[in-house]
Design a protein around this ligand. Structure first.
Ligand SMILES: [Zn+2]
Length: 341
């Protein structure tokens, strides 16, 4: 090798080394050289649906990108780019590359699924939402909230507890609830403690209220019963001729009714108790409870729960509710369902 060539090669080597030291080589540099794109510029979701966004060709780790939603009430995005549709509406999801500040956007449209086309996936977490003691003047607003999130609930109603002849009085609303996929269920006529009633009184309380419900939504194969105070015995079981539904997640919403921190208190309990297959107890006769649902439902959806009525949950998991049997939750979880099917 000639001296000249050796010198030239040495010079090139030194030059290459100094360049590599001067530039911190890493993901960001690799990113700068590539043609980076967001995987979707338009995304359509139904409420509760989750899809992943990513920056293609970036080579960046999750912590090098910041994801944000312009309207997180409509859809939330996780730090990994998972977008969950919550509420009917539109939002823009932005991925910002931390090192350069360069932004990539995706326009997201969230729609509510058609009630007749809703599918509850038994392999994913499910939670049932229930409301007792209504209907009331707050129930209509509550229905709007549930509809806007594309979720359903079971309403255990009393004809003569918080007023008189409420089921016929709210007939139009109850039909609208039923038509949007909600379950109308029985909480007796006057909310007595059934274990203290004679069997004929029990029959009148349960059967009479069931007749009121069926006079509004038509004859039903099953009208679930929730005995007031969750109080039942063998006579109640034999008289009711229907499955008895209790609860596993008590939000104790009645204890904080009318309080300004009611939503916080309800959420505190819910976050501790929420589990796959659970049945949540709330009351639609309290304004603060109905207001709290606007926080409860998006939180449940963001946690991956499919929010639905009691019957929808059990049906999805392949469990037939038996007359005279007592259920406080769905004993088949997503995990168990997956291992059995
Ligand atoms: Zn009650």
């Amino acid at each position: 090798m000639s001296k000249k060539l050796f010198k030239l090669l040495s010079l090139l080597l030194v030059l290459a080394m100094s360049i590599s030291f001067a530039l911190p080589l890493g993901n960001v540099d690799a990113y700068a050289k590539k043609k980076v794109k967001i995987n979707k510029k338009e995304l359509n979701l139904v409420t509760g649906e989750r899809k992943k966004l990513k920056l293609k060709n970036s080579g960046l780790a999750d912590e090098e990108i910041t994801w944000a939603s312009s309207n997180s009430a409509v859809a939330r995005v996780s730090r990994h780019g998972n977008v969950t549709g919550l509420l009917k509406g539109e939002t823009t999801i932005t991925a910002t590359v931390n090192a350069t500040g360069k932004k990539y956007e995706c326009h997201v449209t969230v729609e509510v699924p058609n009630p007749n086309e809703r599918v509850i996936d038994p392999t994913k977490p499910i939670i049932a939402l229930t409301f007792d003691d209504g209907p009331s003047i707050y129930t209509e607003g509550l229905l709007e909230t549930l509809n806007s999130y594309g979720v359903t609930a079971t309403f255990f109603m009393c004809n003569d507890n918080c007023g008189s002849n409420l089921i016929p009085k709210y007939a139009d609303l109850i039909r609208a609830m039923y038509n949007s996929g909600n379950e109308i269920a029985n909480h007796t006529m006057r909310h007595p403690q059934l274990t203290k009633c004679s069997s004929s009184k029990m029959e009148e309380e349960i059967g009479g209220n069931r007749d009121k419900i069926e006079s509004v939504i038509g004859e039903q194969d099953t009208v679930l019963l929730r005995p007031p105070y969750g109080s039942y015995n063998d006579t109640v079981k034999s008289v009711c001729v229907t499955p008895i539904i209790l609860w596993s997640i008590d939000t104790e919403d009645w204890k904080v009714k009318g309080q300004s921190n009611a939503t916080d208190k309800i959420m505190e309990l819910l976050k501790k108790e929420a589990k796959d297959g659970g049945i949540i107890l709330m009351h639609d006769i309290h304004q603060t409870s109905c207001e709290a649902v606007k926080t409860v439902v998006p939180w449940l959806i963001s946690q991956g729960y499919q929010v639905c009525s009691v019957s929808e949950m059990f049906e999805a998991r392949g469990i037939t509710l038996e007359n005279g049997e007592v259920y406080s939750k769905c004993s088949v979880t997503a995990e168990q369902y997956n291992s059995q099917n």
